[in-house]
Design a protein around this ligand. Structure first.
Ligand code: MG
Length: 321
C-alpha cells in the first residue's frame, strides 16, 4: 500500500540548496546548510506521534485512522507495520528505560510496551471515571509520565470511537512507580503536545482549543515538585491554524508543528526560549507532530498528514526522544 502512493520519496521535487522551504527570521535559527527536506514515508491517513529509537535505528509513528503504529528503518528506509491494531494510538514517547509509552484513543488509556513486547496499562481512568482519549505524552527526568487528555479521539469514529467524555480536558502527571496520578492543569480547552525544557524546569503545553472555540497557542509553566505554576502564554500567533505537537532542542528552542489553515504556513516553527520566532520549515501538508532522532539526534522527523518528512538541523534534541 505504501509503495503505491503517487508521492515520491526522497528530496522534495525541485530541491536546491539552500532549501527555500526553510525560512530564517533570525541568525540563531539552527538550520543546517546543504540540507533539504526529504519525504521518507508516505501513504498514511493521519500520521502522528513520532518517536525515535536510536538503539534500534528506527522511527515509530502512529497512523491513527488506520489503527496502526508504523516503523521506518533508518538503514534502508524500509517501512512496515510495527503494530496492527494499536487501539488508534496517537502520541508516543519513551521512558527512562527506553520503553515505548503510547496514548491510545480507542482504549482511552496510556500504555507501556515492555521490553518483551507485552503491554502494560498505566492508566485508563481517573477517580473512577474513564479518561477521554489521551493525546500526547512526555516522560520527565524523574520518570513521571505527563500526558494530555483533550478527547479528540472520542469526538467521532474516525480516530477512535464516538463517546461522551466523563472527565474535563485535563493535563495529568502519573508516577508509574507509586501509581499516584494528579491533575496538573485543568484550564485548557484542548491540551495537546507537551515537552520539557532541557533542564526540566519548564513545561510547554499546546492548547489546540481553537477547534472547539478556544485558543490556539502554547503555554509555558514552571515545574516544581511535580506541579505547575506561573503559567503564561509562550507563543500565540497560530490562528487561524493550530499547532499540535512540539519538542525542545538542547539550547531550549521550541519546535512545534503547524497546519490546518493557510497552506503557506504548513510545517514546523522554531521559537527561542524567550518565545521569539526564529524560523519556519515549510511542508506540503499540515504537520501534526515532530521529534528529534538520527544517530546524532540532529535529524528532525515530522509527521504531516499522509507523509513523514525528515530534515537535518544544526542542533540536537533535548533529553530522551
Ligand atoms: Mg497531538
Amino acid at each position: 500500500m505504501i509503495s503505491e502512493s503517487s508521492l515520491p520519496l526522497g528530496p522534495l521535487p525541485g530541491t536546491r540548496y539552500p532549501d527555500e522551504r526553510i525560512e530564517s527570521f533570525d541568525k540563531s535559527f539552527p538550520r543546517q546548510g546543504n540540507a533539504g527536506i526529504e519525504r521518507i514515508a508516505t501513504g498514511f491517513r493521519w500520521a502522528e506521534g513520532p518517536v525515535y529509537f536510536r538503539d534500534g535505528g528506527y522511527l515509530l509513528w502512529s497512523d491513527i485512522p488506520n489503527n496502526r503504529i508504523m516503523r521506518w528503518l533508518e538503514d534502508d528506509g524500509h517501512v512496515s507495520e510495527f503494530r496492527r491494531g494499536a487501539n488508534y494510538a496517537n502520541g508516543n514517547t519513551r521512558d527512562l528505560e527506553g520503553r515505548l509509552i503510547s496514548c491510545e484513543h480507542d482504549a482511552r488509556r496510556v500504555t507501556r510496551t515492555e521490553l518483551d513486547g507485552t503491554i502494560t496499562i498505566l492508566i485508563d481512568r481517573f477517580e473512577g471515571r474513564l479518561l477521554n482519549a489521551p493525546n500526547d505524552v512526555v516522560v520527565a527526568s524523574d520518570g513521571a509520565i505527563w500526558f494530555t487528555d483533550p478527547g479528540y479521539g472520542i469526538d467521532g469514529d474516525y480516530e477512535g470511537h464516538k463517546a461522551s467524555p466523563e472527565l474535563p480536558t485535563n493535563v495529568y502527571r502519573l508516577d508509574p512507580h507509586s501509581g499516584e496520578v494528579r491533575v496538573v492543569a485543568d484550564d485548557f480547552v484542548r491540551p495537546n503536545g507537551l515537552a520539557f525544557s532541557p533542564d526540566g524546569t519548564r513545561l510547554y503545553v499546546v492548547d489546540s482549543g481553537l477547534t472547539h472555540g478556544g485558543p490556539s497557542h502554547i503555554r509555558s509553566f514552571e515545574v516544581s515538585g511535580g506541579r505547575l505554576r506561573n503559567g503564561r502564554v509562550f507563543a500565540e500567533d497560530f490562528a487561524p491554524g493550530i499547532t499540535d505537537g512540539l519538542r525542545v532542542d538542547i539550547d531550549g528552542n521550541v519546535w512545534c508543528s503547524m497546519g490546518w489553515a493557510d497552506p503557506r504556513e504548513d510545517g514546523v516553527r522554531c521559537y527561542s526560549p524567550e518565545g521569539v520566532l526564529l524560523g519556519k520549515i515549510h511542508l506540503p501538508e499540515s504537520c501534526a507532530n515532530l521529534c528529534f532522532g538520527g544517530r546524532k539526534r540532529n535529524r528532525l522527523f515530522m509527521t504531516a498528514s499522509t507523509s513523514v518528512y525528515a530534515l537535518y538541523v544544526d542542533t540536537k534534541g533535548a533529553m530522551l526522544p
